[in-house]
Design a protein around this ligand. Sequence first.
Ligand code: FE2
Length: 478
Amino acid sequence: MQPISAFEQRSVREAARSGRCDQDGALTSNGRNATVRATSPARVTFRAGEDSNVETTTTTTLGEDGMGIRAFSDDPAAAYWEVRADSTRLCETLEVEDYGLQSMPDASPLKWHLAHTTWFFETFVLQSAKPEVDAFHPQFGYLFNSYYESVGRMHPRPERGLLSRPTVREVDQYRAHVDEHVHGWLKTGKASDEQLAVVELGLHHEQQHQELMLTDIKHGFSKNAMRPVYREPAAGASKSQGRAMRWLSHDGGISGIGHRGDAFHYDNEGPAHEVLLPPFKIADRQVTCGEYLEFMRDGGYERADLWLSAGWATVQTQNWRAPLYWEERDGEWFIFTLHGMKPVDANEPVCHVSLFEADAYARWTGFRLPTEFEWESSLGAIPIHRRDTSFHPTAAGPGPQAFGDTWVWTGSAYAPYPGYRAPPGALGEYNGKFMCSQIVLRGGSCATPRGHGRTTYRNFFHPHDRWQFSGIQLARDP
Ligand SMILES: [Fe+2]
């Protein structure tokens, strides 16, 4: 396959900008290559008919500059400071007792996240940039290494909640120590391109952990009968409005997949390559709680024929009867959020479902989940849109819903792209060694930090995982 030319890429972007819906509300792509990328803050217009124009607009351009807040390449020291400060801000509403909470092996205490992200900079940046600086503490390398076997042994993940020491104050001191050295060194402007690349990776790593901090504290709080409130909802939140789902049509053809260009991306987003897509349709919004409730009321959790074998086994062993965080009280469904308990809103996207539940729901509707290539070639064209900062998914607006509410499960196994080779050294362990038994999720969620989303971003979790902000977007054959 030949890589698509710059001219063709331009044509594709133009196709995205002028994407048209047919009478069924279908997006018609104009270019030979239906690949479109959301790396341009283009305004995309979808027309559902002569008298019903609807538009999507972009309010921010996540992924444009790598950090979203400040272009890393413009001022690495400032970008470093901002991202590190974001982690601290996420803890503003917490009490000191909250920091050590580990509610399950998959979730980590916030104190551990704060220290681990600091360890990343100390180990992979500071040891190279300022080798004369001693390790902050001789045991921190063991306590806060996550999974980098080539760096050394590590504290068992399920036992991170046992670490009453170091204290929160000592972790704060650790962060301040590393920040002082890394920030001061970045300000000298003496960092090599290679070193800056590791710093930028460290910032995206920290942003990944910022989302995990939210999902992990949510899971921890959900186990407490007091149902603690992490953050009060934004003032003036209006009642949600529902709308019908429409199908966006894709003509199929050869489509470019994966990251191209020099902007930051993880190694697993490349190499860029081409895939052949049959024609397909994809839903222009995510499945709502109201729609999922219909599946539940139709016995969705009781019909083995709807489930993958491993999914059905999980339903039985875990006694699943609803998405994670749903509770039935006197015949009404409520949901635990980072704002506390609230009635289920039928218009909001269903969230905290596993791949098994997403697949069973799709089977119940007669449709299916999109492949990650279908998602990237269609919804990836939508400018990345930040919904709000409430850390809770919101009902779809008039335009397509692709980023900022829930990640969506795809039907694609997390596997290397053709020609992928993990980078040499310890940082080669970042993504490559997990390419087995996990499923790709695309898009981004209400908990994904600003500047962390990308059209080509490949998130991945096990099929039974549901503590992430994961939802459902349907696809179908024409
Ligand atoms: Fe990490």
